[in-house]
Write a protein that binds this ligand. Structure first.
Ligand SMILES: Cc1ncc(COP(=O)(O)OP(=O)(O)O)c(N)n1
Ligand SMILES: Cc1nc(C(=O)O)sc1CCOP(=O)(O)O
Length: 516
């Protein structure tokens, strides 16, 4: 028997919810703009419509999806799908069982099934689901969740459980353009990956749906195709230093324009300097450490900076919670493993962090990064000592980035940054940085500020952050009023502020090398 199921591109799957449309917007017009922008699949989801108006709306919706040759799926209702000859039906665990849906709808239609765990996924696959909707990944305000969000790791567990079954998958729940890169790249392994994302509120509430969907579709396509190649990359493949410097210069003023909140839980030596560096760049610091503050702050946060400089059990628990809450809301989490291999306690605490948290960027000094990478980093207290060859440094950042699916930055006389594929060496900086306390922690803070506004390409965010701070340190050290560490410390904040307002001077000062 031949099967004529429609070919489906699952990459950007719009699930509708008319109540979320911007005020005064017409649903069908909004939908058409989304399709023009690049939505690849539409599900009409109506929870309160009677059958006849549901069929009427489905007919009007299908007239538009047909115009763009995009398949239309109907949520829950087999009768409505049949009435309008839709491409298929999506059912949840409490809806009509898949076998019955198949009986009514036939073999030529698509049936999608919602799954929240490995068992539901196995059942749906064995019963012949055409695709799975895995969710909820994160908290969503679009519907009341009855089960705990899966997080990226939960999605990966389900993907791995159906490896080789050849059933396409989308994730759903709390997904937006900012958290899509980490969702797709971190849920994939060398053998499994998501085929797309299903999105309700981010698209339905957009005031510029065509442009928004164009940008969103590009992000999804980029990350799905990179996962297909089974490599973890956070941004484009460019290896042009001038283009990278252009991107840095464009990024710097965005911090002041957007003024994101950057929540720090950091060590008590550097709190004041890190807050001032955040302000100097135009972001807004909050240095709250109480575990009860963490969830509320995660709702409005731009980026989370975690620094394990002063190890303490209560703070460590708050930091783990903060990492998890921020990941749940799709915010970047930057980790500074201060003194990670210096003592047994720190080894234990850093390995707990790396096991229980998903970091976006890990930024440490050479002792910390080489130590975590198993390449023999040495520390005295929290300071790194000893030297290393460039090839070892490059290998360390690359391997650690691949292992933890994040960007890794290693600071020193030369800084090295990698996303697991590309490695970049940064040559700016001044030796006076080593004579003030917490300059490495300040670098992590600055990475947090840049990541709060560049939420897609964290290699760029990290390179931009370290380059900006390093050039500010050179400018500060060269000032006639700087006499030594004390005056340098104040001048550094001033120079960061000046660069933030006039980033064009970065062009001639930046010393950036691609290693591979
Ligand atoms: C793609 C996709 N995945 C999951 C769902 C959720 O479906 P369901 O569990 O039936 O919940 P409701 O949508 O009916 O609230 C979905 N609709 N689409
Ligand atoms: C319809 C739906 N199903 C979910 C599931 O977990 O199965 S979560 C969800 C709502 C997703 O909305 P938003 O993109 O606005 O977060």
């Amino acid at each position: 028997m031949t099967c004529n199921k429609p070919q489906v591109d699952y990459s950007l799957y719009l699930v509708t919810e008319r109540s979320l449309l911007p005020k005064g917007t017409n649903f069908l017009e909004h939908l058409e703009l989304c399709l023009k922008g690049g939505v690849t699949l539409v599900q009409l989801r109506e929870k309160n419509l009677d059958t006849r108006p549901f069929i009427e709306l489905a007919k009007q919706t299908k007239a538009i999806t047909d115009k763009y040759s995009i398949p239309l799926i109907i949520n829950d209702r087999v009768d409505v799908a049949l009435a309008v000859d839709a491409a298929g039906v999506h059912v949840g665990q409490d809806d009509m069982p898949l076998q019955q849906v198949r009986h009514f709808i036939g073999d030529n239609k698509i049936i999608g099934v919602s799954v929240n765990n490995v068992q539901e996924a196995a059942e749906a696959v064995n019963a012949g689901a055409d695709y799975l909707g895995i969710g909820a990944v994160w908290f969503t305000s679009t519907k009341t969740l009855t089960k705990k969000p899966l997080g990226v790791e939960g999605v990966q567990t389900i993907l791995q459980s159906i490896e080789g079954k050849n059933v396409p998958t989308v994730a759903i729940g709390g997904i937006n353009m900012q958290n899509t890169p980490q969702l797709i790249s971190k849920s994939s392994t060398s053998t499994v990956h998501l085929d797309g994302v299903a999105v309700v509120s981010a698209i339905m509430s957009s005031t510029e749906p065509e442009q928004f969907c164009k940008d969103f579709a590009n992000v999804v396509i980029q990350y799905v195709s990179k996962s297909e190649k089974s490599s973890f990359v956070t941004g484009g493949d460019q290896k042009d230093e001038n283009a990278l410097i252009d991107d840095i210069i464009k990024l710097v003023p965005l911090i002041r324009q957007k003024g994101p909140l950057v929540h720090h839980i950091t060590n008590n030596v550097v709190i004041n300097d890190n807050a001032n560096a955040t302000l100097a760049l135009g972001a807004s610091p909050i240095m709250a450490t109480h575990p009860e503050d963490v969830a509320d702050l995660a709702v409005v946060n731009g980026a989370m900076v975690l620094n394990m400089g002063t190890v303490d059990e209560t703070i460590t628990n708050a930091m783990v919670l903060a990492a998890q809450e921020n990941v749940r809301h799709g915010h970047p989490v930057i980790f500074d493993p201060v003194g990670a291999v210096a003592t047994n306690l720190r080894k234990k605490v850093s390995s707990r962090f790396l096991k229980e948290c998903e970091f976006t960027v890990i930024k440490g000094n050479s002792g910390e990064i080489l130590g975590l990478a198993g390449k023999g980093g040495q520390s005295r207290g929290v300071d790194s000592i000893g030297s290393h060859e460039e090839s070892i440094a490059a290998q360390a950042v690359k391997e650690l980035a691949l292992r933890h699916k994040c960007v890794v930055g290693m600071t020193g006389a030369t800084d090295y940054v990698s996303d697991g594929q590309r490695v970049i060496a940064l040559e700016n900086g001044h030796e006076l940085m080593a004579s003030i306390t917490g300059s490495g922690c300040m670098a992590t803070t600055v990475v947090g500020c840049f990541s709060a506004v560049e939420k897609t390409d964290f290699l760029l965010a990290t390179v931009a952050a370290l380059t900006t701070l390093n050039i500010a340190s050179e400018n500060a050290a060269n000032r006639p009023d700087v006499q030594g560490p004390g005056t340098f410390r104040s001048a550094l904040i001033d120079e960061l502020f000046k660069l933030s307002n006039a980033p064009e001077s970065i062009r001639n000062a930046a010393k950036i090398r691609w290693l591979n």
